[in-house]
Design a protein around this ligand. Structure first.
Ligand code: SF4
Length: 279
């Protein structure tokens, strides 16, 4: 019987980002109205950790907005990581804090972070169409930095932002070259204030994207993240048949997700087990 890994997101820092990623509601360049806050309290982080741990999540990802992992963020995330582990929440702990050098990443690892999430987002060639304030190469370098200090990698991206099938193939070849433990798939969520004027991807095309990802990443945990509910609605059996074996539960950075219990009932109705160990 197949197992599905449940991952959860803790948005510790939100909005106010100076970068111009055209798909992201956290960018200051677009008037998206998302709430801006900095450094969620450790108490609130622990409360969320408890909720997700009790719900059966194995992954817990501490996410900051902004281009890169600053010394202050490194200290803050490191302290949060230590607190989560010391409290007995035996998560596979992930940090997602933007571009980072080896020294900061090593510090995170020493604080108890297991994986680093940094997305390539799309193909190298298409990337300048969706971001002009940093480069795809900077993203790739950060992934290499994370791997070099012994962090496991979660590397994925966003589909449905105007890229071609050729871009998708090149993107997955690049993801594969980093040999990530997990790869997340996000489908673009339209927003009036964002410059990408695309609708929600059609189900059939989205399934082809998942199959493409699986064909390039045969041994990687393939995680359906943002857009799961919007693209697939309540009937999601075919995403698992197409190769998904992990999902994000309980909501995304700035988009509501489904009810955790409903997701668990859905998995059980498809005869899918919730994974109880990470590796
Ligand atoms: S760097 Fe990250 S938070 Fe900032 S706009 Fe780009 S994707 Fe959003």
């Amino acid at each position: 019987m197949s197992e599905v890994f449940l991952c959860s997101i803790c948005n510790v820092d939100n909005g106010g980002c100076k970068e111009d990623c055209a798909y992201c509601t956290q960018s200051l360049k677009y008037d998206t109205g998302v709430q801006i806050y900095r450094e969620k309290s450790y108490e609130d982080i622990l409360k969320e950790a408890e909720i997700f741990y009790k719900a059966g999540a194995l992954g817990f990802c501490l996410v900051t907005s902004g281009r890169s992992l600053t010394p202050r963020k490194t200290e803050y995330i490191g302290k949060a990581a230590k607190m989560i582990k010391d409290a007995g929440y035996n998560f596979h702990l992930i940090a997602c804090c933007g571009s980072a050098d080896k020294e900061s990443l090593r510090e995170l690892k020493n604080s108890g972070v297991d994986s680093y999430n940094h997305n390539l987002e799309t193909s190298q060639v298409f990337f300048p169409n969706i971001c002009t304030t940093h480069t795809w190469e900077e993203r790739y370098q950060t992934c290499e930095n994370a791997a070099s200090v012994g962090l496991m990698l979660c590397v994925g991206g966003i589909l449905g932002i105007g890229e071609s099938w050729e871009d998708r193939v090149e993107f997955y070849k690049a993801v594969n070259s980093l040999d990530p433990f997990t790869s997340n798939i996000n489908f673009y969520m339209p927003h009036d204030a964002l410059p990408i004027k695309k609708g929600i991807m059609q189900r059939a095309e989205a399934l082809e994207c998942i199959k493409l990802a699986r064909s390039h990443l045969p041994n990687t945990r393939l995680m359906m993240a943002g857009g799961r509910e919007a693209v697939f609605g309540a009937e999601q059996k075919d995403i698992f048949e197409a190769g998904i074996n992990a999902i994000v539960i309980g909501g995304y950075l700035n988009a509501k997700g489904g009810e955790i219990e409903r997701d668990k009932e859905m998995l059980s109705s498809y005869d899918l087990h919730i994974a109880t160990a990470c590796h």
